[in-house]
Design a binder for this molecule. Structure first.
Ligand code: AMP
Ligand code: MG
Length: 484
């Protein structure tokens, strides 16, 4: 176990030079206080969990102190926002502090979000507010615990520094971790500014650091693009299977590693609704729940465009055509498991679609349905769940077909297998909201408790049942501010 002082840095991205990032020191926030830390994320750096309690921990992650071997830099990128190209996007408020190498030899980017202005801040103040920092922290760690690929979060540090959004709020910083912070928008930036040499340098860096196996292939860039596409197909399948709505799938928010990245007005579905829009600025529903699949495909084609100097258009097109079938295969595999089906059947897709349609018309709670389905033997569980549906004839027909598909697994075995993939606890917006409201008054106990509960989403946790309840009516219609 290490202390903060023991961390070893190897800042590969910083070494790419000034065309890729600019040296900027964090601008400290006042009277730093630790809001919450993730012991699981600390373990990735081999850090002793007690380190979070040391005053120096909050001081470092509030920008007051820095390791000598850190090299804080603001990365430059662009990207497509709501379908339109924006030539200069960021990073307007995040600094890559450096890359820590852990005992296993893994590189973890330490990225401080809300660290003050950078040359890319445009009109922004470079800050992040407490509420959005808590949301990013909780979501990163909760998605990871669900098995959904995501960036991680080490901690949130709050402060007394005022920040103006719709009203006066307080500044906070979240320390994000990922093996890489390279986004689709990094490639787009060098492509659209016609910096071909730098585009190549970036590609080689990403290949060497993150896709070394592709270097063995006859066409490394094509192999890398295929891998990025496969990872994204899998990530989106997880989102759709677990009811996660990202909200701002701009290409600058898409990670080259295929991990969920840059959390804003995200939401998990409460009642199932394929048309759900969690981002209140998204009037046209571009990033609605069901649109996430075609939008991911669209984003990959934007990345493909930026790779045209290295890969033939035909090869890119052929690879892009693999997205939907790959997504569909991952999605079906996840949904079969969620339903407790352990073999494949040609009509499974239809069976799942019919269920979702029934859930949609009856506004059935998406997470609770699957959890309860695994609680007891299928027929018994469905007898209880029937009460939640309006179209009873349709539901009964579906039940007949579903039961015909279920094998004769021992009920205890079925329960264990289904509960291992169907969470009891998810990050519902209203739970985050309640924890944020307490934190804004200086009480961090609810954020910490919620984080602890969500770190074991599949386990029954006696005494924590209130976190698994259906949301109250007000909790389903929260307008999460997009300003952050
Ligand atoms: P987001 O919607 O949070 O992904 O932000 C889009 C871009 O705007 C990112 O590159 C951010 O760095 C930048 N940005 C967002 N908020 C601020 C802010 N308060 N100050 C400066 N830049 C910001
Ligand atoms: Mg972003």
């Amino acid at each position: 176990m290490k202390t903060l002082a023991d961390l070893t840095f190897d800042n590969c991205f910083a070494r790419l030079g000034d065309a890729f990032s600019t040296e900027v020191l964090p601008e400290p926030i006042d009277e730093p206080r630790l809001v919450v830390a993730s012991p699981a994320a600390m373990a990735l750096l081999d850090l002793d969990p007690d380190e979070a309690e040391q005053p120096v921990f909050a001081e470092i992650f509030a920008g007051h102190k820095l390791w000598e071997s850190a090299e804080p830099r603001a990365m430059v990128y662009s990207g497509h926002q709501f379908g339109s190209y924006n030539p200069r996007l960021g990073d307007g408020r995040g600094l890559l502090l450096g890359e820590v190498v852990n005992d296993a030899g893994e590189h973890w980017d330490l990225h401080l979000k809300g660290a003050g202005q950078t040359p890319y801040s445009r009109m922004g103040d470079g800050r992040a507010v407490l509420r959005s920092s808590i949301r990013e922290f909780l979501a990163s760690e909760a998605l990871h615990a669900l098995g959904i690929p995501s960036s991680r979060a080490l901690c949130v540090v709050g402060s007394s520094t005022p920040v103006w959004r719709e009203k006066k709020e307080s500044a906070a910083m979240v320390l994000r971790m990922a093996p890489s912070h390279v986004r689709f928008g990094h490639f787009e930036y060098f492509y659209y500014t016609k910096q071909e040499e730098q585009l190549k340098t970036l590609g080689e860096h990403v290949l060497k650091s993150h896709f070394p196996q592709c270097l063995e292939q006859p066409e490394p860039y094509l192999a890398m693009f295929r891998e990025v596409l496969e990872r994204n197909a899998e990530m989106i399948a997880y989102w759709q299977a677990y009811g996660f709505c990202h909200g701002v799938m701009n290409t600058d928010n898409m990670s080259i590693l295929g991990i969920t990245f840059d959390y804003g007005p995200f939401a998990f579905l409460d009642d199932f609704d394929a048309r759900f829009i969690c981002n209140h600025s998204d009037d046209a529903g571009r990033y609605s729940f069901s649109n996430q699949v075609p939008i991911a495909h669209w984003n990959l084609s934007a990345l493909a465009q930026a790779l045209t100097p290295f890969i033939s258009v035909d090869a890119l097109r052929d690879t892009l055509n693999l997205f939907l079938p790959l997504y569909q295969a991952h999605y079906l595999a996840l949904m079969r498991k969620r339903l407790g089906l352990y073999d494949e059947h040609e009509h499974d897709e239809k069976l799942i679609e019919r269920l979702l349609q029934l859930m949609q018309t009856s506004a059935v709670d998406y997470t609770r349905f699957f959890r309860e389905l695994g609680d007891s033997a299928a027929a018994d569980a469905l007898k209880r769940l029937r009460e939640d549906f309006v179209d009873l004839a349709g539901f009964d027909e579906w039940v007949t077909d579903y039961l015909a598909r279920c094998g004769d697994l021992d009920p205890a075995e079925r329960r264990a297998r289904m509960h291992a993939v169907n969470p009891k606890y998810i990050l519902r917006n209203y739970l985050a909201q309640q924890a944020i409201e307490a934190a804004e008054k200086g009480d961090y106990s609810e954020v910490r408790l919620l984080h602890a509960v969500l770190s074991k989403p599949f386990e029954d946790q006696p005494g924590m049942e209130r976190f698994a309840e259906r949301p109250p009516e007000w909790g389903k219609h929260l307008e999460i501010s997009c300003s952050s």
